[in-house]
Design a protein around this ligand. Structure first.
Ligand code: ASP
Length: 318
């Protein structure tokens, strides 16, 4: 049964991605399962009348806890074998944003980013200082090394053997969520371990407003993934917003901005977008990108370029 919030205003939509990249065949089932679980968790928040920001953060939490993704537990490693994470949240109503860069040893970097937005007079805090700020205010710390997984260690060995950090080839598992709530407000949340074998102290696109994400209630909301340095150079998230402002649909704006990134910089990326009417855009120029969205009683998802599956969700009676 639909909750009171559902249908009261704009359509409720919760859209997530689980990263653009060369996802190996054996990684596909866990990624598809993970993005659907995340979309469902975020949608439940919307259905209960919750705010878009709460819903987007809830969806990212699910993927930060799942080592199928490169965020929180399961993050990829820098060249010294350490986890240094980036995260960003943005609230489309106020344009408030909060971010953390190269933050170590917290279970949910997205919570730290939100805390920066809500409790600091700044947009971005980095490194140990960001961790101290967050943990002092209740964000869950992780013991040193607890976020490192054998898979991330294997990926680092491969990255070091390959020796080329300029191309995006991470296996594609940064996570992001965008949402529109019953009051028509938008939000974006993105979280990542960055790229395997990155330099110590490297900040990627994810925590940079307009690169890793953007949200503006007057237009739409975006979360991106892919080669961070290319996303920074093209301001990918904000470029999509600008194209939508010029009249392109969420889908066309997302595709066009990504095509431009590929053409100019010969690298790969992906993005998810919602317009302020609840129209969906999903595009990637990488081999794969897992994504899912819940809208009404439909769960849509896919990972390959032409894949778009739809399932009807049977709600449990309350
Ligand atoms: N954009 C992320 C970064 O460069 C990586 C990714 O999305 O795969 O930090």
């Amino acid at each position: 049964m639909a909750s009171a919030a559902e249908g009261a205003g704009a359509p409720l939509v919760l859209l997530v991605h689980g990263g653009a990249g060369d996802v190996a065949d054996e990684g596909v089932p866990r990624k598809l399962e993970g993005v659907r679980r995340a979309a469902q968790a975020g949608y439940e928040v919307l259905r209960g009348g919750g705010a878009a920001l709460d819903a987007a953060v809830a969806a990212v939490h699910v993927m930060e806890d799942d080592d199928a993704f490169n965020a929180g537990y399961g993050s990829v490693l820098n060249v010294d074998g350490e986890v240094e994470m980036d995260a960003l949240v943005m609230d489309g109503k106020t344009l408030n944003a909060g971010a953390v860069g190269v933050i170590p040893d917290v279970r949910h970097p997205i919570d730290a980013a939100r805390l920066v937005m809500e409790c600091a007079p700044h947009v971005l805090l980095v490194g140990e200082a960001a961790k101290r700020f967050a943990v002092a205010r209740g964000v869950e710390a992780a013991p040193p090394g607890a976020l490192v997984t054998p898979r991330a260690q294997a990926a680092l060995r491969q990255a070091v053997e390959r020796g080329d950090y300029t191309m995006h080839d991470t296996g594609g598992s940064t996570v992001g969520a965008v949402a529109i709530d019953s009051r028509g407000h938008l939000a974006s949340a993105t979280s990542t371990g960055g790229t395997s074998g990155k330099m110590v102290g490297r900040v990627g696109d994810t925590p940079l407003v307009g690169c890793g994400g953007y949200a503006d209630d007057t237009v739409g909301t975006v979360s991106t993934t892919g080669h961070g340095e290319s996303i920074i150079k093209t301001n990918l998230a904000h470029s999509i917003i600008v194209l939508m402002r010029q009249g392109l649909s969420a889908q066309d704006a997302t595709q066009r901005a990504l095509d431009e990134l590929g053409r100019r910089l010969n690298n790969t990326a992906g993005a998810i977008t919602l317009s302020n009417k609840g129209d969906v855009g999903v595009a990637f120029i990488s081999k794969r990108m897992s994504w899912a969205y819940r809208k009404g009683n439909e769960m849509h998802y896919g990972i390959d370029p032409d894949q778009h599956c739809v399932e009807i969700v049977q709600e449990k009676e309350n």
